[in-house]
Structures are given as structure tokens and as C-alpha cells.
Design a protein around this ligand. Structure first.
Ligand code: SF4
Length: 371
């Protein structure tokens, strides 16, 4: 199998990994396999080369085409070959970075060795110093995780499910506590101990709708992880059945569900909400129609709050006030009090959402009853 054919297959198989804001729908202007677009911190689109090193896998994840029982020709790059393929993209300005993942071949550590060797060749032999996101495989040794983290800008390990029983519905070959949670805690303990890439971050991905887990169970897991670790963020992948897998006839997940999970997850991660502040229905689901922040605000008894006096923790609970605008409000009001809605608009507040929940110099802006 020549390199181009491997590229077509292995870059296509990498599309299911979301741990980098990757936009799968955007077609690249350059018609070459493996180019996916991610969003940078300032919102601009960044093209990445995204691929599996190998689609050999000993695991039996029921949603994945690479599950062990599937009988098709398995492919694998060798590390030098993959490093050169990537550099040919990078040096031609087709992409700005690499996202490297892999199926788990014979065992976890030999798979990790090959991915580490690929990025070691890039860093040391070819002196490539730009972005690398490396996937850590479940069950990897602490030593291999440590070495991977000394070469990458970002690592991720897919949690896949929120509970051990949820993972059992998806796979019989992965142990939730041992292979995933324990490894995530190692990644966390190693983060920040790397002189070469001190700003390395880690993320995770969870598949939504492939098992029976509720939104409350999912967000409960996320709350625990954010509390205990520096996990940067979670990607929610809406389950979509793939022909040729055990789950090929399973119903696909409504993307509206993952969109609401993202909203609620951001409240936990970025706004320091507690799980108990969120609103679930009797089946422990989030509303598919309404914004979780507005639903949470409706059951709080702190509103309306005074913009010119309220602490940060209350300001960020107002729908329409984000983390950045709350910080700006606190800085500006030290010198100048906020007089009217125009002042709020200037700092990025979405006034028509915020006005039922705020007072300006003692004046309510819109009655909650009319909202
Ligand atoms: S570990 Fe599971 S999800 Fe990953 S490639 Fe193997 S079968 Fe697919």
C-alpha cells in the first residue's frame, strides 16, 4: 500500500476524534486528505493535519469501524514516513499543525512508542517547533505519557463515557477506572512539569447518545473532573451510527443535545456553576429548547442584582453577561458607575437577555414577570 492510499484511509478514520474544535464539514480549499479546521483562541480557523498512525486495534468499541472483529486490510504509517508526509503539508503552508491519534495495535505501549517516535522525529530530526496534539491511548504507561507530554503542545485521552457501566455498554476491552480515569490523573499530575512546552494543556472527548447515560450523569462526571484536575475542556461527540459496526442500527444522537451539553459544561468549567444549579427534567435530561443558563437563573433567588455592586460570582450568573464582560464591569465600575444599557453594551453584555436580571443604580430594567 503506498503512502497516498494510507493517507486517504487513515486521515478519513481520524475524523471521529473531536479533541480540538475540529470542523469536519468545512471543505478545505486544498483538495488533499487529512486537512481539518480547528478554531484558535481568537476564533480564527487553523488548518491541521489530522490522522491515525494506524487503524489496527485490539479493542472492540461498538461504535468504531476499527473495532477488532472487523475484517479489512489494516494499515499503518511508519514514524519516519508519517513525519515526512506531515512536513510536506506543513512546509507548503497547507496546515499549521498536527493532530495525531492511533488505533491500539498489539498493545498500548508499543502504539504509544510509535506515535512518540513520530513526534520525536519531527521535533529533533526536522526541528519542527509548531503545534502538535497527541492522543494518549487508554491504558498507556506513565512513562510513555510523560515522554509524550515532553514533546506535544496538547494531549488528550478520550473518556468516552461518564460512568464505568456506561463504558461497558460501549466496549468490553477498556477498564474505565484503570485505563481511563487513572491515566487522566497521571496526565494531570504531569502537566506543567515540562520545561519545553510549559503551556501544554489536556482535553477529553465523550460520546453522547451511544449508551443510556443521562445528561445529569455526564455533567456530574465533568464537574468532578474539573474540580480535581486542570482539564482544559471536554468535547461532546454526538453518536452517529457507522455501517459495519455493532451500533450500525442504533439511533443517532440529536446534535441539539450535544449543543446543550456544551452550554451546560461551559457553566461548570468556565463559570464555576455547581451541578445542583442546573435544571434537568424528571428523566435527568437538559431542555433541548431552552438555554441552561436562563433556566438556572430562573430558579435562583438572587435576581435582580445591582450591576454596580454585585460580586463577580453573581454577575456571571446573569444570562447575557459572560466571563469577559463581568471582568470588564468590575474594572470599569471602580472609576465610573454604569448608568444605562448603552454602557453595558459597550462591555459586551447582551442587554436584552440580561435586563430582567439586573438593576442599574437601583433601577430594575425589566420585570422578570414580563420576561
Ligand atoms: S480504541 Fe476503540 S475507538 Fe479507538 S480505534 Fe480502537 S476500537 Fe476504535
Amino acid at each position: 500500500m503506498n503512502t497516498l492510499n494510507k493517507m486517504k484511509v487513515l486521515t478519513d478514520s481520524a475524523q471521529y476524534d473531536l479533541c480540538d474544535y475540529v470542523n469536519h464539514n468545512k471543505s478545505s480549499q486544498i483538495n488533499m486528505p487529512g486537512i481539518y479546521h480547528t478554531k484558535g483562541a481568537n476564533g480564527c480557523e487553523i488548518p491541521l493535519f489530522k490522522t491515525l498512525l494506524s487503524n489496527k486495534c485490539k479493542n472492540d468499541c461498538k461504535y468504531c469501524i476499527n473495532q477488532n472483529k472487523n475484517n479489512f486490510t489494516r494499515l499503518e504509517f511508519n514514524p519516519e514516513e508519517l513525519a515526512r508526509v506531515f512536513l510536506s503539508y506543513y512546509n507548503n503552508n497547507y496546515v499549521n499543525g498536527l493532530f495525531l491519534s492511533s488505533g491500539i495495535g498489539d498493545d498500548e505501549d508499543s502504539t504509544m512508542e510509535k506515535t512518540i517516535e513520530t513526534i520525536r522525529i519531527l521535533r529533533k530530526k526536522y526541528e519542527y517547533d509548531d503545534y502538535i496534539h497527541l492522543k494518549i491511548v487508554p491504558g498507556a504507561s506513565k512513562d510513555s505519557i510523560k515522554r509524550a507530554m515532553s514533546l506535544a503542545n496538547r494531549v488528550s485521552l478520550n473518556i468516552e463515557a461518564a460512568t464505568p457501566s456506561g463504558l461497558e455498554e460501549l466496549s468490553s476491552t477498556k477498564d474505565y477506572n484503570k485505563d481511563i480515569l487513572k491515566r487522566l490523573s497521571w496526565i494531570n499530575s504531569l502537566e506543567g512539569k515540562n520545561d519545553t512546552y510549559p503551556n501544554l494543556t489536556h482535553t477529553t472527548q465523550l460520546i453522547v447518545g451511544a449508551n443510556n447515560e443521562t445528561d445529569r450523569e455526564i455533567l456530574n462526571r465533568m464537574e468532578k473532573l474539573y474540580k480535581k484536575s486542570n482539564l482544559k475542556r471536554t468535547y461532546f461527540s454526538a453518536f452517529s451510527p457507522i455501517e459495519g459496526t455493532d451500533f450500525e442500527n442504533k439511533k443517532e444522537c440529536d446534535v441539539n443535545r450535544t449543543s446543550k451539553l456544551y452550554n451546560a459544561d461551559s457553566l461548570l468549567n468556565d463559570y464555576n456553576f455547581k451541578l445542583k444549579e442546573l435544571v434537568f427534567d424528571e428523566s435527568d435530561k437538559l431542555s433541548l429548547e431552552e438555554d441552561p443558563k436562563i433556566l438556572a437563573a430562573r430558579k435562583m433567588n438572587i435576581f435582580p442584582i445591582e450591576i454596580n455592586k454585585s460580586p463577580y460570582k453573581d454577575l456571571i450568573r446573569v444570562p447575557g453577561i459572560g466571563v469577559k464582560s463581568a471582568r470588564k464591569i468590575i474594572n470599569i465600575r471602580k472609576k465610573n458607575l454604569f448608568e444605562n444599557k448603552k454602557d453595558l453594551k459597550k462591555v459586551g453584555v447582551v442587554v436584552n437577555r440580561a435586563e430582567p436580571y439586573i438593576k442599574l443604580k437601583g433601577q430594575e430594567q425589566r420585570s422578570l414577570d414580563k420576561y
